[in-house]
Design a protein around this ligand. Structure first.
Ligand code: BTN
Length: 252
C-alpha cells in the first residue's frame, strides 16, 4: 500500500509534493499526491498540463530510493514509463509505446505524460517526484493539442472508475520502482527498448532549427539518445530537450 493524499483541487501535484517535502511534513515513506483538478499542471519543457475535472488520472509518486546514484536516474524514468505501458496493455490497449524519454503513446497519439523531478544529495537521489498524467475518460480535447488520446477513446468505454484505475496503476508502479537496482539495469533497458517508439525506424525529428528524417539507433543507460540521419547516415547523440519527434498531422 502506498500512502495517498488526495485533493479535489491543487495547483500541481508535483508542486504540492515539493512543498510537503520542503516543509518537513511529508511522510517518510513513499507516498502519492493525487488530484481531481490542477490549476497549474506542469508539463515538460515548461509546458502546461490541462485536464478537465475528475476525468483523468493526475498524481505524483514520491519515491525515496534506498541507494540510487544520480547518474542512474534514467532508470526511474524507464521504470515509470514501463509501468504505464504495462497498465495500458493490461487494459487491452494495443500498440502502446514509449516516446523517449517517458511519454506514453498509442500508435502516434499521446495518452500519458510524465514530469520527473529528482532531488540529489551528494552522489545519491534523495527523493524522486514522479508526476504522471494519464488520459482516462476524456474523449474531447482542445484543438491545440496535436495528437491526444485516452483510455476511453482506445477501448470505447467512458465510465472508468478513477479510484480503481489508480489502485491498479500505483501497484504496478510500486513494483517496478521498488525493483529498480543497477543489477537489473540491463533487463530494464531491454524492456524499454522493446517498446520504444522509433527504434530502428525512420521518422521525422527536429533538433534546433533542423528538421530531418532520422532513425533512433540507441539509448544509453544515462538516457542519451543516438539518432542516425537517414540521408547522411551520420549518427549523433542527444540529451533530453535537444531533439524532438515531429508527429505527423493526425485525422481528428
Ligand atoms: C508532459 O507530457 O509534458 C508531462 C506532463 C505531466 C503531467 C503530470 S499531471 C500530474 C503531475 N503534476 C503536474 O503538474 N504535472 C504532472
Amino acid at each position: 500500500m502506498t500512502n495517498e493524499i488526495k485533493y479535489s483541487i491543487i495547483d500541481s501535484t508535483n508542486d504540492e509534493a515539493q512543498r510537503q517535502l520542503q516543509n518537513g511534513i511529508a511522510p517518510k515513506e513513499d507516498f502519492v499526491i493525487r488530484a481531481d483538478f490542477q490549476t497549474d499542471g506542469r508539463g515538460q519543457r515548461g509546458n502546461t498540463w490541462h485536464s478537465p475535472n475528475a476525468m483523468n488520472l493526475m498524481f505524483s509518486l514520491v519515491h525515496y530510493p534506498v541507494k540510487l546514484e544520480a547518474r542512474h536516474q534514467f532508470m526511474l524514468s524507464q521504470a515509470a514509463a514501463l509501468s504505464v505501458a504495462e497498465y495500458l496493455a493490461q487494459k487491452g490497449v494495443a500498440d502502446v509505446s514509449i516516446k523517449w524519454p517517458n511519454d506514453i503513446y498509442v500508435g502516434m497519439k499521446k495518452i500519458c505524460g510524465m514530469l520527473i523531478e529528482n532531488a540529489v544529495s551528494g552522489h545519491y537521489i534523495r527523493y524522486s517526484i514522479i508526476g504522471i498524467g494519464i488520459n482516462i475518460n476524456q474523449t474531447a480535447f482542445p484543438d491545440n493539442l496535436p495528437n491526444p488520446t485516452s483510455l476511453a477513446i482506445q477501448t470505447g468505454r467512458e465510465d472508468y472508475d478513477l479510484d480503481t484505475e489508480f489502485a491498479t496503476i500505483i501497484e504496478i508502479l510500486r513494483q517496478n520502482i521498488m525493483g529498480i537496482s543497477t543489477a537489473n539495469a540491463d533487463i530494464l533497458m531491454k524492456r524499454y527498448k522493446a517498446i520504444m517508439l522509433g527504434l530502428d525506424r525512420t521518422l521525422i525529428y527536429r533538433s534546433g532549427g533542423k528538421v530531418f528524417k532520422g532513425i533512433i539507433r540507441d539509448v544509453d543507460k544515462h538516457g542519451f539518445l543516438t539518432v542516425e540521419d537517414a540521408e547522411t547516415h551520420e549518427a549523433q547523440q542527444y540529451a533530453f530537450n535537444e531533439v524532438n519527434l515531429v508527429i505527423p498531422e493526425q485525422k481528428k
